[in-house]
Design a protein around this ligand. Sequence first.
Ligand SMILES: CC(C)(COP(=O)(O)OP(=O)(O)OC[C@H]1O[C@@H](n2cnc3c(N)ncnc32)[C@H](O)[C@@H]1OP(=O)(O)O)[C@@H](O)C(=O)NCCC(=O)NCCS
Length: 181
Amino acid sequence: MRLVLGTTRTILRPFEFADCTELHEIFGDPATHTIGDGPFTSPEQTRHWIHRRIDSRERSGLLWYAVRDSATGLLLGDCGLFAGRTGADEPEIGYEIRRSHQGRGFASEVARAVLQEAAACGVPRVWATIRPKNTASIRVAAKAGFTRHHLGGDDRGQLVYLVSPRFAGSARGRRAGAAPE
Ligand SMILES: CC(C)(COP(=O)(O)OP(=O)(O)OC[C@H]1O[C@@H](n2cnc3c(N)ncnc32)[C@H](O)[C@@H]1OP(=O)(O)O)[C@@H](O)C(=O)NCCC(=O)NCCS
């Protein structure tokens, strides 16, 4: 995947440790970081999260981007691909937007860009696994072209599995770590 992506209003770059303080503003917000085990209580947890993303990039070529406002440079959120529940060959997408900037179409804008990048890199298709009550996230996925596939679950409850269309050209088997042609 390319290291830098752009959308109309944002610029996406892989996370670095320098992003930790700003990212912790988002991950420490109980109204926003509702996924996983909930809000992070210490910057060290956020730093560890960035470390895991760097590690994932080195192992699988899958990138998780810091999403910044291209006009102001403010960290708006994060969006990327990870092996997650469905594996590195057909990874999951994830996204999160700073509370003050939700409801302005940012998640939809960046999810589309990440999905396009996945297609360009030869990923056959992408999954999203979302709690049924997370209507905003399900709507973001639907607007990006995902459709409901099946209902699953884990120890925290039910999960809706949604899947993107199968991308044309993916049979060539290019790896996510390779640069798009
Ligand atoms: C989910 C999330 C990323 C959406 O970000 P966002 O930038 O506000 O999303 P958008 O502005 O692109 O809105 C997308 C759609 O969701 C709808 N939406 C937003 N909040 C909603 C809500 N609480 N209930 C129902 N729909 C909602 C919007 O109306 C929009 O649909 P529309 O264009 O048809 O009107 C954001 O709410 C968030 O960060 N949540 C916490 C983290 C999270 O749950 N991530 C996903 C994990 S699976």
